[in-house]
Design a binder for this molecule. Structure first.
Ligand code: AMP
Length: 301
């Protein structure tokens, strides 16, 4: 495996000002692996997660048909469920209900051919599981980790342990403020860097993303979307676009990472144009490249 992705597999109930859906395919690992599959050729993505025995076969087949390997997905009990609500400020989800179900029993075990993976994306899941996966991979070139307010509140110590060990930390703006107890994102970025990662990215939803390193700063624009339907999964798709592009190019220079951030923003923008994976199912790499070029123009001055 070239890329290993850890995260949740779930069924989401989502309500936005533009509609509502019940029991649709979701989970951080699902969004991330599907988004990464546009960049990483099969069969090089290995998923580590857990789903219930009630998880519909059509959903597993959808991922398998994208060349995503599910040998690292355990099956037990009931599938994780999340209920989220977005109001007109679509930047932040309000979690109405989290039923961890089988996700509470996730004890990730990496199949042998996942252990040599060079690229690891630790999407949003219990930080103890993120640490465990990290301890099982032999010599990764790049580890990117994401998290969420739920884990910042319930597992802060483990999260801080994890942050020390990753190359790139992803946070959205609300999480950055919560974790570093400041309203100032520049300060939050600097504080995050002091914890150990080489790079910190703060995602600002429809307002782009900020990249911090010890010696530089980059501000990425966002795509001027008019058809924003459901932001669920945008953060995972952003991280997956970034790591997917880095796997494809195998170039970890800062200028290439900046390009990866733009690919991440492209994937996030497509993700929000529909519920669940609906929009991803309609697009191809040419549309991704087209939107990447639009981003280039947005930045020119
Ligand atoms: P995002 O919008 O990219 O932050 O992620 C949305 C996905 O995260 C949804 O599809 C949910 O199923 C999943 N999710 C919500 N809460 C949690 C949690 N506490 N742990 C893991 N995944 C979660």
């Amino acid at each position: 495996m070239k890329l290993v992705i850890l995260g949740s597999i779930g069924l989401d109930d989502v309500k936005t000002p533009f509609g509502k859906k019940k029991g649709v395919l979701g989970g951080s690992a699902v969004y991330a692996s599907y988004a990464a599959s546009f960049f990483v050729h099969r069969p090089s993505i290995g998923l580590v997660s857990i789903a219930g025995t009630d998880f519909p076969k059509e959903h597993s087949n959808l991922l398998k048909n994208r060349g995503i390997n599910l040998d690292g997905v355990q099956r037990k009990g009931k599938t994780f469920r999340w209920q989220g609500l977005y109001e007109f400020d679509m930047n932040e989800a309000k979690t109405l209900k989290t039923e961890l179900n089988s996700l509470a029993d996730l004890n990730p075990i990496l199949p042998k051919d996942y252990q040599n993976a060079e690229y690891i994306f630790l999407a949003n899941v219990d930080p103890d599981c993120q640490l465990k996966v990290l301890s099982h991979v032999k010599k990764p070139k790049l580890v990117i980790a994401d998290t969420m307010n739920y884990w910042i509140s319930s597992k802060k110590e483990s999260l801080i342990k994890l942050i020390k060990k990753v190359n790139i930390l992803l946070l959205n703006e609300g999480e950055a403020r919560q974790l570093y107890q400041t309203s100032n994102l520049i300060k939050a970025g600097r504080l995050a860097l002091q914890m150990g990662p080489e790079l910190v990215i703060i995602k600002k939803g429809e307002h782009g993303a900020l990249l911090f390193s010890s010696h530089s700063f980059f501000s990425a624009p966002s795509y001027p979307l008019e058809e924003l339907v459901d932001p669920t999964g945008a953060g995972d798709s952003f991280g997956a676009g970034l790591i997917g592009y880095l796997v494809k190019t195998d170039d970890l220079s800062e200028s290439n990472i900046r390009k990866g951030i733009i690919y991440g923003s492209v994937m996030a923008s497509f993700c929000t144009e529909g519920f669940s994976l609906d929009r991803f199912k309609e697009i191809d790499i040419d549309q991704i490249e087209e939107r990447y070029q639009i981003f280039r123009k947005i930045r020119e001055f």
